[in-house]
Write a protein that binds this ligand. Structure first.
Ligand SMILES: *[C@@H]1O[C@H](CO)[C@@H](O)[C@H](O)[C@H]1NC(C)=O
Ligand SMILES: *[C@@H]1O[C@H](CO)[C@@H](O)[C@H](O)[C@H]1NC(C)=O
Ligand SMILES: *[C@@H]1O[C@H](CO)[C@@H](O)[C@H](O)[C@H]1NC(C)=O
Length: 376
């Protein structure tokens, strides 16, 4: 182990900072992170966490259970490096959560190869998700951070939603979210995997997600890239708007999904805008190189009649410049459609689609707006 002094480490962080990528410093892997300093503080029980988080910038959390009804609060100091090792579990309690809440500036959060954040969803799932049954923690991993890299994080069995993000200049890389157990008797519901809202400059990449609701969901955010994310189960690679009655909380701007796949899901690409919300604009959304496999409802659904699906779309949200490039795949089942587009009157403009092809549908495409480059 190289024993860097604190000042050398600070210098290293500054030097690394000059070869800036997204957030002004390079993402590092677990082993490199451990070698940064000999001064890591190890928390091996929940009780040790608060004082360590106050005292240390280099922290390892190892193998403990968070007591029932408590949040693992990680209000990290600026430039902190936090590592996860072993299994972090949460004793079961029927409450709102969150199970983990992370705040900070310019932080790095990195998982060791065998670590696991275990939400113990199997003790909550009752087929009703967030709309009934036992009360379930609403988030496993709640992030409220400006400047940060989250790398190689393994999460299992979220009671409902997994990761919810608010913040700026954040990269999430190498997430492995595994809710395979939730398919049993269709008990897991509302298990949205990665959602960000009111966020700017976000990257989600190189991740594998198995869940039962939206795989990635973008709400009121700008300048984001979701790439090389592979989803199974799930509801879609999603954009949502109209959730807020306040107009400026409905805008979505410059979001790209690329080199992603989604299979066994209800939808592949899903836009949902809520007629009951305020006004807003969704602008410059691009899906490029997307593979859709065995989707069970709509390969691509852009709907302005969510959640009623009643064929009465509203134009409170404008959807401009929606580009689909090389989106291909299959749907499978009796009620499937390749493409459904349900736009409000005059609310969809300038969509360019190329190389879009979904096969295997039982019903014809259903479109009340026609993108350039795609006939439906
Ligand atoms: C960490 O430090 C040890 C001891 O100096 C060294 O053997 C190892 O290669 C280093 N690992 C990394 C990833 O830097
Ligand atoms: C869109 O967002 C990406 C990712 O943050 C950024 O690199 C790009 O410059 C943005 N484009 C525009 C036109 O703002
Ligand atoms: C189209 O997307 C697929 C992934 O679905 C990818 O393998 C292929 O290389 C892409 N084609 C082009 C021309 O980029």
């Amino acid at each position: 182990m190289i024993h860097f002094s604190k000042s050398v480490v600070t210098l290293l962080m500054v030097l690394v900072g000059t070869s800036a990528t997204l957030v002004g410093y390079e993402s590092i892997d677990y082993a490199t992170a451990l070698n940064l300093t000999a001064d890591y503080c190890y928390a091996r029980s929940y009780e040790e966490v608060p004082s360590i988080v106050q005292r240390c910038e280099y922290i390892v959390l190892v193998d403990f259970e968070v007591p029932a009804g408590e949040t693992l609060e990680l209000n990290l100091q600026k430039n902190s490096v936090l590592l996860f090792e072993g299994t972090i579990k949460f004793a079961v309690a029927y409450w709102d959560g969150p199970l983990i809440h992370i705040t900070g500036n310019n932080i790095q959060v990195i998982g060791g190869t065998k670590h696991l954040i275990h939400g113990q969803g199997e003790f909550y799932w009752d087929g009703q998700g967030g709309s009934g049954g036992v009360k379930k923690p609403e988030k496993v991993f709640s992030v409220n951070v400006n400047g940060g890299i989250f790398k190689n994080i393994n999460i299992k069995n979220c009671p409902t939603a997994c990761v919810k993000i608010y913040g700026n200049d954040l990269t999430f890389s190498g997430f492995n979210i595994d809710l395979n157990d939730g398919f049993k008797n269709k008990l897991a519901k509302h298990t949205d995997a990665m959602t960000f809202s009111h966020s700017n400059n976000i990257v989600i990449e190189n991740s594998k997600i198995v869940n039962q609701d939206d795989c990635v969901n973008v709400i009121c955010s700008s300048n984001a890239v979701i790439r090389n994310v592979h989803c199974w189960g799930s509801h879609g690679l999603t954009i949502s708007s109209g959730l807020s009655t306040s107009d400026r909380n409905n805008d979505v701007q410059n979001i790209t999904y690329e080199d992603c796949s989604i299979g066994g899901s209800l939808s592949g690409i899903h836009f949902k805008t809520h007629p009951a919300g305020g006004h807003g604009t969704v602008d410059q959304v691009t899906y490029r190189n997307i593979e859709i496999k065995d989707v069970t409802r709509h390969g691509i659904e852009i709907q302005q009649d969510y959640p009623n699906n009643d064929g009465h779309p509203s134009n409170n949200i404008k959807i401009n410049n929606l580009n689909l490039i090389n989106v291909t795949g299959t749907v499978k089942g009796k009620t499937t459609r390749g493409v459904r587009i349900s736009c409000g009157s005059g609310s969809c403009t300038n969509w360019k689609w190329s190389d879009v092809k979904i096969t295997g549908a039982h019903k014809k495409d259903d479109c009340n707006f026609h993108p350039d480059g795609y006939s439906c």
